[in-house]
Design a protein around this ligand. Structure first.
Ligand SMILES: [Fe+2]
Ligand SMILES: [Fe+2]
Length: 169
């Protein structure tokens, strides 16, 4: 545990920061798996573009989980050790892909990103001017999640436009 490093946290409980980071950590693992499996089962028009995007997002979510785990350890906490706990502590839960059509898969993924954006916005607000190191980490992740949402929405719009053109209207 970083002793002097942790003494610079002001006005919020370290325990509470660890708790919130662990909840986000659970989200990231579930988001990672959601992208991992979506990329495998997705079907339909422009599937290859979606697969590339989903793979990239899966890698980002896993990297986020790693950033959070490192910070939890630095603060003297323990990252969630049992995957069963992911569902108990997650903010955003898990959208099991039920419809493998590309537009439905993208819709599920967009919902997940929107929840992630809300979660990290709260974490940024909570740590601002209080825990600079965590603030920096959650700000970086927030920027990635905003980019993720934008990429997915852009892809969804391209596909919808392409379908319109094919139908000739
Ligand atoms: Fe993430
Ligand atoms: Fe994301």
């Amino acid at each position: 545990m970083a002793r002097v490093g942790n003494s610079i946290i002001k006005g919020i409980e370290t325990k509470e920061v660890i708790n919130l980071l662990n909840r986000a950590y659970a989200d990231e693992w579930l988001a990672y798996y959601q992208y991992y499996i979506e990329e495998k089962v997705v079907k339909g028009i422009m599937k290859d573009a979606a697969i590339a995007e989903l793979q990239e997002h899966a890698a980002d979510e896993l990297r986020h989980a790693d950033m959070l785990a490192q910070r939890i350890l630095q603060l003297g906490g323990t990252p969630i050790l049992n995957p069963k706990e992911w569902f108990v502590h997650s903010n955003c839960g898990y959208e099991e892909p039920k419809n493998f059509d590309i537009l439905a898969i993208l819709e599920d993924a967009i919902k997940g990103e929107q929840c992630a954006i809300r979660t990290y916005s709260e974490l940024v607000e909570f740590t601002r001017n209080k825990d600079i190191v965590t603030y920096d980490i959650v700000s970086q992740i927030l920027a990635d999640e905003v980019e993720h949402e934008e990429d997915l929405v852009a892809l969804q719009e391209d596909i919808q436009e392409f379908i319109k053109q094919i139908r000739g209207n």
